[in-house]
Design a protein around this ligand. Structure first.
Ligand SMILES: *[C@@H]1O[C@H](CO)[C@@H](O)[C@H](O)[C@H]1NC(C)=O
Ligand SMILES: *[C@@H]1O[C@H](CO)[C@@H](O)[C@H](O)[C@H]1NC(C)=O
Ligand SMILES: *[C@@H]1O[C@H](CO)[C@@H](O)[C@H](O)[C@H]1NC(C)=O
Ligand SMILES: *[C@@H]1O[C@H](CO)[C@@H](O)[C@H](O)[C@H]1NC(C)=O
Length: 379
């Protein structure tokens, strides 16, 4: 009985505390006052006695390290004697970028609370090649920053709050990662003269067709990887460089591919269009008959038949469409009458996903007869 009553009152106290905590108004600005301080009975003064802090205090304070052997090493960063060209300022609760020493090639600022990037810290950091700003709260990168670091090769600024592509990006860039921002605007000529850019990652932003002008990509002669997945595109992007190897367009609203879209691509090996609105009508016959293609992903669309593909294709994802039957003779990229002992002629398909369609086992015999290299088929 006693234990039961004790439990009951503990529960009541817990519920009461819960109510108190739930009712406590959320302070607009967290104060430095420790939680244990009792509430004064006097009404709160209109202005706090302490001066308002310059920065919101809901972030933990920057982590300050021991003095470095490098006198120019900012206290919130680490400077390893073994890597004098690296400045490690990641995971240090930094809000404001410290003054970057001139010896810095590799600058790590990821996983902090930085909200804007201005030119001042870079004033003498002209040697910087790599900058990682991922996982911050950056909503602005001043274009003057890039005037200070003209030899920049890698700019990583994914997982931030940018609303547009930064202006004044240097022509030297090779990799640009801006995924998981809020980008809905690309300034005119944003990628002009960037003839060395090999990777452009704009995954998970708010880009629509009208943001991708016809000439936007025209100077990107070296581009190999373009990721525009998880945006709001309804059309295939125009003017994509034809030397591309990877094109990722998953999770858009694309319902149609122009007939000659891939005609000029010479190295295209990986195409992903999962989670779009493609039906047979929007996929012209033989549009994916691209001899360089190795991996084609069309899952979670509305296809009712298997599109034509090339004998060189190795991986094909067609899961979660509306495919009701599959005719191995029709989709076979070579004639079943050809000499089957010539292995070089055999289609190279090794992996095929067809689950989530309206197909029933068994796998048709002509599929097995055609695709002799097939190692795995998900039905
Ligand atoms: C930048 O370099 C110049 C010339 O070496 C020097 O005079 C100046 O103090 C440096 N600025 C900062 C902020 O370190
Ligand atoms: C592009 O790369 C080449 C070869 O590495 C280099 O010579 C050239 O200066 C680079 N272009 C720019 C604009 O940095
Ligand atoms: C696919 O392309 C090859 C050349 O790579 C060509 O020989 C073949 O006829 C094409 N198939 C279809 C169905 O267009
Ligand atoms: C598959 O397509 C070929 C060629 O159009 C046709 O002759 C054959 O009857 C079809 N097979 C089945 C099982 O429908």
């Amino acid at each position: 009985m006693k234990a039961g009553a004790g439990l009951f009152s503990a529960l009541a106290l817990f519920l009461l505390l819960g109510t108190v905590f739930a009712q406590r108004p959320r302070p607009k600005r967290p104060t430095k006052r420790p939680a244990t301080t009792r509430k004064p009975s006097l009404p709160q003064p209109a202005l706090p006695a302490e001066p308002e802090p310059q920065e919101p205090t809901d972030f933990p304070p920057p982590i300050i390290g021991p003095p470095s052997i490098f006198p120019d090493c900012p206290r919130e960063c680490l400077c390893s004697p073994d890597y004098p060209n690296s400045l490690n300022c990641e995971n240090r609760n930094i809000r404001v970028i410290p003054l970057i020493p001139p010896r810095t090639y590799y600058l790590y600022l990821q996983n902090n609370y930085i909200s804007e990037v201005t030119a001042e810290p870079f004033i003498n950091a002209t040697a910087v090649r790599w900058v990682n700003l991922a996982n911050n709260r950056i909503h602005r990168i001043d274009k003057q920053v890039f005037e200070k670091i003209p030899a920049l090769l890698y700019l990583y600024a994914h997982h931030n709050q940018l609303k547009e592509i930064p202006s004044g990006l240097p022509a030297s860039l090779e990799q640009l990662r801006l995924s998981s921002n809020r980008i809905s605007k690309i300034p005119a000529g944003a990628f002009n003269k960037m003839g060395n850019l090999t990777m452009l990652d704009l995954y998970h932003n708010q880009l629509s067709d009208s943001d991708l002008g016809k000439n936007l990509f025209k100077d990107l002669k070296s581009l190999m990887q373009l990721n525009l997945a998880q945006n709001t595109l309804k059309k295939m992007p125009e003017g994509v460089p034809s030397g591309l190897i990877q094109l990722f367009l998953d999770r858009n609203r694309i319902d149609d591919i122009p007939k000659d879209y891939f005609k000029d691509f010479t190295h295209l090996a990986f195409v992903r269009l999962n989670y779009n609105q493609l039906s047979d009508k929007g996929v012209p016959k033989a549009v994916f008959n691209i001899s360089s293609l190795l991996d084609l992903q069309l899952s979670h669309n509305q296809l009712t038949s298997v599109p034509t593909f090339n004998g060189h294709l190795e991986h094909l994802h067609l899961n979660h469409n509306n495919i009701k039957n599959i005719n191995g003779t029709l989709i076979c990229p070579y004639s079943l009458q050809d000499d089957p002992s010539d292995f070089s002629l055999l289609p190279r398909l090794r992996y095929l996903r067809l689950d989530g369609n309206h197909l029933n086992p068994p796998i048709p015999m002509d599929v097995i007869m055609c695709f002799r290299h097939l190692r795995s088929i998900v039905f």
